[in-house]
Design a protein around this ligand. Structure first.
Ligand SMILES: [Zn+2]
Length: 157
């Protein structure tokens, strides 16, 4: 089953938590495991915070999520200009990632996104956009086996 959605929010700091709440519900109910959902939420928080902070002069930013059988993809985009786009694109593409200095907030965010996700991509046209992809097949349990913690939890009740 494929599902997709898109939401556009004002570039205000509180909206990053709104995106997190919506994605949490969407991805959990869509069948992703807790670990994957948490990784995605953290990566999206970084990208969302960057959009809020550096997305000017765009009044808003857009979050699109696609949930397929093999991949989950979340795209965060806006019409503003990212600072130093060429350098930024390089940071998303180059391997291995040099660890930025502690002062380089956005640089560390990119390292974190790459660590948490299976793939990240950056584009600056037509919109400044970060794409975050998580492979669903890496963690999906066989359909027949219940999560291991379930029997313990019931035993405690
Ligand atoms: Zn998972």
């Amino acid at each position: 089953m494929d599902a997709g959605f898109s939401i556009t929010l004002p570039r205000q700091a509180y909206t990053v938590a709104v995106v997190r709440d919506i994605l949490d519900t969407l991805l959990s109910r869509g069948g992703l495991c807790r670990e994957c959902v948490d990784d995605i939420l953290l990566a999206v928080s970084e990208a969302g915070a960057n959009a809020v902070e550096h997305g000017g002069p765009a009044p808003d930013y857009t979050v699109e999520a696609e949930l397929g059988p093999r991949w989950c993809e979340v795209r965060i985009s806006h019409t503003g200009r990212a600072p130093d786009e060429a350098h930024l694109a390089e940071r998303f593409a180059n391997d291995p990632v040099p660890l930025p200095s502690p002062e380089a907030e956005s640089g560390r965010g990119i390292v974190l996104m790459r660590y948490l996700m299976d793939e990240v991509a950056f584009q600056d046209e037509p919109r400044t956009m970060v794409a975050l992809r998580k492979r669903r097949t890496a963690c999906d349990r066989p359909l027949d086996s219940p999560p291991p913690e379930r029997s313990t939890r019931y035993a405690l009740l």
